[in-house]
Write a protein that binds this ligand. Structure first.
Ligand code: SF4
Length: 698
């Protein structure tokens, strides 16, 4: 029977960077159904999260009133509020009192210790407008560049390499271009789990005859569709990729003309990869030399080849080097700037691309303009009417360390959950507890909010209007289907309220007004007005004119670098920071599950999704389980140098011998209590994908 809805609202999915366009059906004040729309990114498709993961919005756990921490409530990194009545820790407050307390605490620290004592984490789940306002608040209101968000834990190293190599952190071609490619490389990514609708295009392309090369230390579903499946040893990406570069150069499969016209650094690369023959690297990376040679030839000789990568590449202490190798592959073969070719780091969060573009990062104003460039800074100083911090700010993990050092004393965190997402969680939670003033703005009392002095109840994605930029550079509009519950308010209004109460002369009246100001400082959004996004629903940037579709492919005529050329930076093979030893003989790697999104704040409160994956797990190969005398389904203790976590042991043939895989979404089995906070020196991203561990029965 056809169900009658009160209304159906056109919006976009709140979960991953694919950015599927959705129709959200509402009845009796509740979302009752979500369907895919015929948008460019999804052509009516949705995955299980987009289709069934919406009921978190109506959860009884939603924050509906502002909260202020009770004077006698304990504040400690060990506090666990799950199962505890939050009103024993917090008391309800009026908006006036909560906002005064929130802004007053930040202002008092600013007046006493200066802007360097403050920091802010914005959100890759929020809209572009929220991201723009948040970074402006920190830069203009706090007077510091200490502003960051979860891109630091995601593709920061990819962006560092892309900015260096091709002058832009954005993808060069949409994922849909896989359909035009002859050869598709997917490396360090599990798209069927983390970008499921994008994965449908990769599978379809393979079915139609494209060569699909899947490279990952864990086996995965996509390998069933692959022409080449390379299950390589974790942490050896550079060895394997340099071997491919070695073959392409040795066998003269590179595009000499393209290199001469567009690329610098080829000779240094030739020199560097001389020692990386497939025969020498086979033992290092665990892939036979002939397979490496075949993949190199397949990629280089195809008319159109495209590379997709994920956090398996980026979340390493050598993540930037890993991405440099991928960029070198594309540059020496000329597989960039044409349909069906290019470089595409698959973005994680629904708006991690847009939040980064909008300047929610410590080293750049909007559109990746350096805060340390005096001319650029001067333009913003004129625009915003005051002097700005001339030094790049601290990144996510550096901010946590700076709290421990007593340098940072107050924070404003909007829609991020570092108490679950940061590496070495105990260290991170102790830092949050140490803050003299912490304001958390969110829709749930997250593990981060447990540490707050003031909690501001905000709006869920389905309750707000705003734009979001997906992994393809598509700026898309999200529309409200519901009102926020109780007294919860719009995120953008709350950021403005904090700004005003800290003395900023802000008079924004609407989301569209914020968008228009943001677009006025971002060349990437030229010709993409608010009205256009409202009208067209989705516009890819850059666009050459208001009445012309945006450019799906960039770098067709050189690169936005100082000399217009792509730059190769050869990479050395470096070991992970912490390698297995006698005490910790296994490799722990972390990631996501199809059903749960990041720290689980939303999906663990979504009935269907949590019913499918209800408990914290650690996965190992059945052979490894048997070898260690363990049994599938039993409770185990996984231990690293940072701590111990209990989880249920799952047998999983996709996990290689010698490895443990843990998702980081389970509060009761928090994988990030175990992870290594050591950073990549360029992207400042921690090594989530590799640390030494041991396991035993609990
Ligand atoms: Fe949402 Fe991503 Fe699934 Fe699309 S693929 S429905 S954007 S989670």
């Amino acid at each position: 029977a056809v169900q009658a809805f009160d209304k159906v609202v056109d919006s976009v999915c709140p979960f991953c960077g694919v950015g599927c366009q959705t129709s959200v059906a509402v009845k009796d004040g509740k979302i009752v159904q979500v369907d895919g729309r015929d948008g460019y990114a999804n052509e009516n498709r949705l995955c299980v999260k987009g289709r069934f993961g919406f009921d978190y919005v109506m959860s009884a756990e939603r924050l509906t009133k502002p909260l202020i921490r009770r004077d006698d409530a304990p504040k400690s990194g060990d506090i666990d509020l799950s199962g505890v009545d939050p009103l024993t820790i917090f008391r309800e407050a009026t908006w006036e009192e909560a906002l005064e307390r929130a802004a007053g605490g930040l202002k008092s620290l600013l007046d006493t210790h200066g802007g360097k004592a403050l920091a802010g984490f914005g959100s890759a789940k929020g809209s572009n407008e929220e991201a723009y306002l948040f970074q402006k608040l920190v830069r203009q209101g706090f007077g510091t560049n200490n502003v960051d968000h979860c891109t630091r834990l995601c593709h920061a190293s990819s962006v560092a390499a892309l900015m260096e190599g091709v002058g832009s952190g954005a993808v060069s071609a949409p994922f849909n271009d896989a359909m035009k490619a002859e050869c598709i490389i997917v490396i360090g990514a599990r798209p069927t789990t983390n970008h499921p609708v994008a994965a449908t295009y990769f599978k379809q392309a393979a079915k139609l005859g494209a060569k699909l090369v899947v490279m990952d230390p864990r086996k995965q579903d996509l390998m069933r569709h692959a022409s080449h499946s390379l299950v390589f040893k974790p942490g050896t990406d550079v060895a394997m990729l340099n071997a491919l570069l070695h073959v392409i150069i040795e066998e003269k499969l590179y595009d000499e003309q393209y290199i001469q016209a567009n690329v610098s650094g080829f000779e240094a690369l030739r020199e560097k990869v001389k020692d990386f023959s497939p025969e020498a690297m086979a033992e290092v990376c665990g892939i036979e030399a002939e397979v490496l040679r075949d993949v190199a030839r397949t990629y280089a000789t195809a008319e159109r080849s495209i590379i997709f990568w994920g956090m398996g590449i980026s979340q390493h202490t050598h993540g930037t080097d890993n991405s440099r190798c991928l960029i070198a592959l594309a540059l020496i073969t000329g597989h960039v700037g044409r349909p069906g070719t290019g470089l595409h780091p698959l973005r994680g969060q629904n708006n991690v691309q847009g939040a980064s573009d909008a300047g929610l990062i410590p080293m750049y104003f909007p559109d990746y303009k350096s805060v340390e460039n005096a001319d650029i800074r001067g333009q913003y100083e004129n625009f915003w009417g005051q002097a700005l911090d001339p030094k790049r700010g601290l990144t996510v993990v550096e901010i946590i360390d700076a709290i421990h050092d007593g340098e940072i004393r107050g924070m404003y965190i909007q829609g991020e959950n570092p108490a679950m997402s940061d590496p070495d969680q105990t260290h991170a939670r102790q830092a949050l507890a140490k803050l003299e003033h912490l304001v958390v703005q969110d829709i749930f009392l997250t593990e981060t909010a447990w540490h707050a002095d003031v909690v501001l109840p905000a709006s869920a994605h389905a309750e707000k209007l705003g734009t979001y930029t997906n992994t393809n550079r598509q700026v898309q509009i999200g529309r409200p289907a519901l009102e926020p519950p109780g007294e919860a308010r719009q995120d953008w209004e709350l950021i403005v309220e904090i700004g005003r109460r800290m003395g900023l002369d802000w008079n924004y009246k609407s989301v569209s007004e914020v968008y228009t100001e943001m677009a006025s400082v971002m060349p990437s959004l030229r010709n993409i007005s608010w009205e256009r996004v409202e009208r067209e629903e989705s516009v890819i940037y850059p666009a050459d004119a208001e009445d012309k579709p945006g450019n799906e492919i960039i770098f067709s005529n050189g690169f936005p670098t100082s000399d217009g050329r792509g730059r190769i930076t050869p990479a050395d093979l470096l070991p992970p920071d912490e390698v297995p030893d006698e005490e910790y003989p296994l490799v722990l790697t972390t990631g996501r599950l199809l059903e749960h999104w990041h720290t689980g704040a939303m999906t663990r409160r979504a009935g269907v999704l949590n019913a499918i994956e209800p408990v914290g797990i650690a996965a190992m190969n059945p052979r490894e389980i048997a070898r260690r005398g363990l049994s599938q389904g039993e409770m185990v203790k996984v231990e690293t140098r940072r701590g111990t976590v209990e989880a249920i042991l799952r047998a999983d043939r996709e996990v290689a011998d010698g490895m443990i895989f843990m998702p980081f979404c389970f509060n009761e089995s928090p994988a990030n209590k175990l992870t290594n906070p050591m950073l990549d020196p360029y992207g400042k991203i921690p090594e989530f994908k590799y640390c030494a561990a041991q396991i035993e029965a609990a």
